[in-house]
Design a protein around this ligand. Structure first.
Ligand SMILES: [Zn+2]
Length: 399
């Protein structure tokens, strides 16, 4: 049996006036996703359990079949796994975003989707300028960098994801609690250093958001996840994604990670290349997980046109070729679902259960309707504990 799981990150949304009362998923032309929903089943799954902040770290862990209440220790440690950063049980990892704060207001959690080269220059210079024992910076993808702490400091801090506070006063959401002093100090020093930095001079001149400072959040210790093979009895797995968070989850699950030339976390990504790579990986692996970040980033920018376009590209260049490839195997199943909604109206992640569609061997169609948030919510399949969806999918949806 071959399994393909496709994640259009943050694609679910709410109806928008700009789209004539349709959601981006409804407005987009998605014949392949619709076919999956019509021939198979659709439904909803709650991937953000009560008490958790809505984010891909929690949601993806959940849809991979791991209960966040049991296994989630923070977002940053998952990304550290992607970079194979060795961590002892007492080490801390923080996400270190490059953000744009103007006149005290959080304008952009991604510093305009800053390039890797620019990010590395800024973070490298900050690392050299800071003289704080125990702290080490690690470059990630674009604005998503990491700060590791190895030492005796005990952190009991509350931090805030910067993508959850667009247009809000940043000072209201600075790290609080035991150990937060030093985190604030690092953020402050980055502000001083970046204010006059050549990278930002160029970004401003070329009309891009400057990285005004780092923002620390998502902290935690290394998690302890049982391997996917041991948990679900599926021998081999492969992850294809443009973000470190999911690469890290794959490493922890014991899966291989495949890279694709030109794959990014934005709409400029190589959709067709990712589609081909996902289809090709099915020859070698039992389960292939393909994740596309672009719809989420477009939502955070309130760019509904790009969001619709990216959903259409995913359908055409990834879901289509993967469906075609799957049909060359005797037994197969496909699952499509956003990890969580990201709402254009608020530019934030939503908490509504996400909508999924699955089809393939022994998945019986129940009520044929195109894939959408509304149709998924109207189906008979509402999975309250989102981490149970994967097992349901592996069993063939015969609840
Ligand atoms: Zn997001």
């Amino acid at each position: 049996m071959k399994y393909a799981i496709i994640i259009p990150d943050g694609a679910a949304d709410e109806p928008l006036a700009e789209l004539g009362g349709k959601t981006p998923l409804e407005a987009a032309y998605t014949p392949n996703m619709d076919r999956i929903a019509m021939e198979g089943r659709q439904g909803t799954a709650r991937t953000i359990p009560d008490g958790f902040e809505s984010g891909s770290d929690v949601a993806t862990m959940c849809l991979l079949g791991y209960d966040p209440k049991v296994y989630h220790t923070g977002r940053a440690p998952l990304e550290a796994a992607a970079q194979h950063i060795p961590l002892s049980q007492s080490d801390w990892v923080f996400r270190c975003n490059l953000v744009t704060i103007v006149d005290g207001i959080m304008k952009d959690h991604s510093a305009g989707g800053i390039s890797n080269a620019e990010a590395q220059k800024l973070i490298g210079d900050l690392s050299r300028a800071l003289k704080l024992p125990g702290f080490e910076f690690h470059f990630g993808v674009s604005y998503r960098n990491l700060l590791v702490y190895r030492g005796d400091e005990k952190f009991d801090v509350v931090t805030k994801p910067p993508h959850e506070i667009p247009e809000e006063p940043a000072s209201r959401w600075l790290p609080k609690g035991a150990g937060s002093q030093i985190l604030r100090q690092i953020m402050d020093e980055s502000k001083q250093l970046f204010a006059r930095h050549e990278v930002n001079e160029v970004r401003k001149e070329t009309g891009h958001n400057p990285a005004t400072q780092v923002w620390l959040w998502g902290q935690g210790h290394a998690p302890n996840l049982p391997k996917f093979r041991d948990r679900f009895g599926v021998a081999s797995g492969c992850m294809i994604t443009g973000v470190d968070l999911l690469r890290g989850l794959a490493v922890l699950l014991g899966w291989d990670v495949r890279e694709v030339e030109g794959m990014t976390s934005f709409h400029d990504t190589n959709y067709a290349g990712q589609g081909q790579a996902t289809a090709a990986a099915l020859d070698q692996y039992d389960v292939v997980f393909s994740h596309i970040e672009a719809p989420d980033e477009a939502s955070h920018q309130a760019d509904y046109k790009t969001k619709v376009q990216s959903i259409e590209h995913i359908d055409r260049y990834i879901v289509g070729p993967v469906l075609k490839k799957l049909q060359t195997f005797p037994e197969w199943r496909i699952l499509v679902l956003p990890d969580h909604p990201t709402n254009i109206a608020t530019r934030k992640h939503g908490y509504a259960p996400t909508c999924f569609a699955m089809s393939g061997t022994r998945v019986k169609g129940i009520r044929p309707a195109p894939y959408s948030e509304k149709n998924a919510a109207a189906s008979d399949l509402q999975i309250e504990r989102g981490h149970e969806l994967l097992e349901f999918f592996l069993r063939g949806g015969n609840l």
